[in-house]
Structures are given as structure tokens and as C-alpha cells.
Design a protein around this ligand. Structure first.
Ligand SMILES: *Cc1c(COP(=O)(O)O)cnc(C)c1O
Length: 377
């Protein structure tokens, strides 16, 4: 397969070869069950998991004991939101989230509503951000959780996380942030940001698919959750089931590499993204979706007036792998709910394209991709 240029890193990333190399022994020679306490096979696996837990914790400023390994961000979201609701619904049934969250959050909130939760879905401004004052105004005496993402997957817009953390703390409400798109791309620190629970996923930061983590704060305050599944009591009882040791090792290695690369890689990638974005914005009718002052270094989402994204993608996908924010549901094309929530209107939302760059993006790939896009206008 002669692949097009990959500009869809927000959908998934390739594994870094160093991650694969770190994982390989744990499939074969070092295949032990991390829960086997009675022999060396188990000890070696457990030691690898311990190191990975420290590597994940280090990337987000947490303690190793606060990291729960899961199958990815979707599972982490479910444990955080459903676990919180089950544990604390006697105290309150109100949750606050935003209209631009990933479906993992929105669908979980919709489920919780069917079992009695009351959910306030905050609007976002035209730039894609939640207004902290509106969030504070939405707090009720029975609010038990605030769930606001760190950065949006479609637009790359970074939320006012620190301000939200301060508000959550002031009102003694647990703050969960879906940081799947932020971790590894920008500095994230659960203490500085006032985050009580956070999720991430290995395959969004050059690790393998099917493994992720949930950070659960242990003190000031200690977050208590009901588990969703039972059996064996692994991961402090929050996520029973034999640990995916190779996957966990891969996640740990990916986090270690991200920690090292945060010093310069975001600058390099945002340089390329800015070059692409400035070029695109020079095309008549091209507009940025999202506030440029708050973008992840790797993402831009633009729309082209009068050019449906499906038409653009059909023209472009021989040359580059990109995505429209839109989802195809049966025969009809739905505009992106994220862009609609930003108030951009269905038409503009249906003319949007997301370019997301990554570690392997080169200047010549960006030059070539821009030339191809421009050639259609
Ligand atoms: C990819 C993504 C998820 C889901 O992650 P999985 O590991 O695939 O379950 C959740 N939230 C955001 C913001 C994402 O980008």
C-alpha cells in the first residue's frame, strides 16, 4: 500500500519503534502474570508494571500509586464517571460537563441520566472554550463532579483547565479531565492544574492501542470510586483483570519518551502547523475553527467556504490522511457536534477539515500537502 501523508495523529499515532522494542520481551521471555507473587516470572512482570506506573505518573505530575491501568481512555472515562456517580449519588446526582467532550464522556453522561443523574452540559464560546464563570454559576449543592476535557480532539482547543481546577477546589467538587489529547503534547500537571482524576490513552502518544491510564488522586482530596467490574481486585480493586503487561510497558515507555520530548518537540510541531495554517488561511474562504491563542501545537481545524468536506476529502485522500469533524451516520452526513456546539452553523461545520500533525511529520510533507490543498482553489 502506497500510503498518503499521515496528518491524522489525533485519531491515532504509530507506535514509536523504541516502544515496540521495550514491549517485545513481555510477550515471550518475560511473559509472567504480574499478579503471580510466588515466582520470578511474576516478579519480573510486576517490576515492569511498577516502572511503567512511575513513568506515567512522572509525565502528569502524579504519584505512581495514583495510576490505574485500563484498556484506554474510554474505559478510564467510564470508571471515573460511573464510579463517581455510583459512590456519591446519595450525596448528589448532579454532574457538569461541556458540549464538546468526546463521545466517551457524553455517552457515559447520557447513560447516567437514564439511572437518575442530572447533567448540565455547558456551552462553549465561538473559540471552543468553556467559560469558567458559567461553570461556577452551574454548580449546585448536589454537584458531585465536573468533567471538562483538557484539549479538544477535533479543534485542538485547550480548555481553561487551571481556572476550572480552582473553582472545583473552592466548591469541594471532584474535577475529572479527559486529557487524552493533551498528555504528551503539552505539559500537564495534575497538581498545578487542580485535577482530581484524569485519563489518557497510549495510542494517542506513540504507544500501543488498547491500553491507557486513569489518574485518581489519593490525598487532598482522596477520590473514592465504585468499581465497574469485579474479580481479583487488581489495580486497587478499581479495575480487576490480569494486567496487559506488554501494553502497560509500552504506555510507560511512550510516557517516558514524551517527558523527554516536551522540551522541544511541541515547538517543532507547532512551527510546521503554523506554516500549514498560515498557508491555508491565505486561501480565499478559509477560516480557522477554534481560538488560535489556545491550540494544541499539532492541530488545526479549518473550513473552506462553499467546499463540502466530503468533496475535499475525496480529492485529498490520495495525497494525505486527514479527517473531517463530521461522522457518517447511515446515508446522511451529520455535521460535527463539536463545531455546531461552538455556534459555527451546520453549513460551516460540514465544510471543515482537521489536520493533526505529529512526531513523524516533516517540513516537506507539510509543503507538499499545502500545495495539493491550494491546487483545488
Ligand atoms: C481518542 C480519545 C478518546 C478515546 O480513547 P480510546 O483510548 O480510544 O478509548 C477519548 N477522549 C479523547 C479526547 C480522545 O481523543
Amino acid at each position: 500500500m502506497n500510503y498518503p501523508v499521515y496528518l491524522d495523529y489525533n485519531a491515532t499515532t504509530p507506535c514509536d519503534p523504541r516502544v515496540v522494542e521495550a514491549m517485545l520481551p513481555y510477550f515471550t521471555h518475560d511473559f509472567g502474570n504480574a499478579a503471580s507473587k510466588s515466582h520470578a516470572y511474576g516478579w519480573v512482570a510486576e517490576e515492569a508494571v511498577t516502572i511503567a506506573r512511575e513513568q506515567v505518573a512522572a509525565l502528569i505530575g502524579a504519584e505512581a500509586s495514583e495510576i490505574i491501568f485500563t484498556s484506554g481512555a474510554t474505559e478510564s472515562v467510564n470508571i471515573a464517571l460511573r464510579g463517581m456517580y455510583e459512590m456519591h449519588q446519595v450525596r448528589g446526582k448532579h454532574l457538569i460537563t461541556s458540549g464538546v467532550e468526546h463521545k466517551a464522556v457524553l455517552d457515559t453522561c447520557a447513560f447516567l441520566e437514564t439511572i437518575g443523574a442530572e447533567v448540565t452540559v455547558l456551552p462553549v464560546d465561538i473559540g471552543g472554550r468553556v467559560d469558567p464563570a458559567a461553570l461556577e454559576a452551574a454548580i449546585r449543592p448536589d454537584t458531585i463532579l465536573i468533567s471538562i476535557m483538557y484539549a479538544n480532539n477535533e479543534t485542538g482547543v485547550i480548555m481553561p483547565v487551571k481556572e476550572i481546577g480552582v473553582i472545583a477546589k473552592k466548591h469541594n467538587i471532584i474535577f475529572f479531565s479527559d486529557a487524552t489529547q493533551a498528555v504528551g503534547k503539552i505539559p500537564v500537571n495534575v497538581l498545578d492544574d487542580g485535577i482530581d482524576m484524569l485519563c489518557c490513552s497510549a495510542h494517542k502518544l506513540y504507544g500501543p492501542k488498547g491500553v491507557g491510564a486513569l489518574y485518581v488522586r489519593r490525598k487532598d482530596p482522596r477520590v473514592r470510586l465504585n468499581p465497574l467490574q469485579y474479580g481479583g481486585g487488581h489495580e486497587k480493586g478499581l479495575r480487576s483483570g490480569t494486567l496487559n503487561v506488554p501494553g502497560i510497558v509500552g504506555l510507560g515507555k511512550a510516557c517516558m519518551l514524551a517527558t523527554a520530548s516536551l522540551a522541544d518537540e511541541p515547538k517543532r510541531i507547532s512551527g510546521l502547523r503554523d506554516q500549514l495554517l498560515d498557508g491555508l488561511l491565505g486561501i480565499p474562504g478559509c477560516q480557522l475553527n477554534g481560538d488560535r491563542a489556545f491550540l494544541l501545537p499539532n492541530t488545526c481545524n479549518v473550513s473552506f467556504d462553499g467546499m463540502p468536506s466530503q468533496v475535499m476529502i475525496a480529492k485529498l485522500n490520495k495525497h494525505m490522511a486527514i479527517s473531517s469533524g463530521s461522522a457518517c451516520t447511515s446515508a446522511t452526513l451529520e455535521p460535527s457536534y463539536v463545531l455546531v456546539a461552538m455556534g459555527l452553523g451546520d453549513e460551516r461545520a460540514l465544510q471543515s477539515l482537521r489536520f493533526s500533525l505529529g512526531s513523524y511529520t516533516t517540513p516537506s510533507e507539510i509543503n507538499d500537502s499545502f500545495r495539493v490543498v491550494r491546487s483545488f482553489f
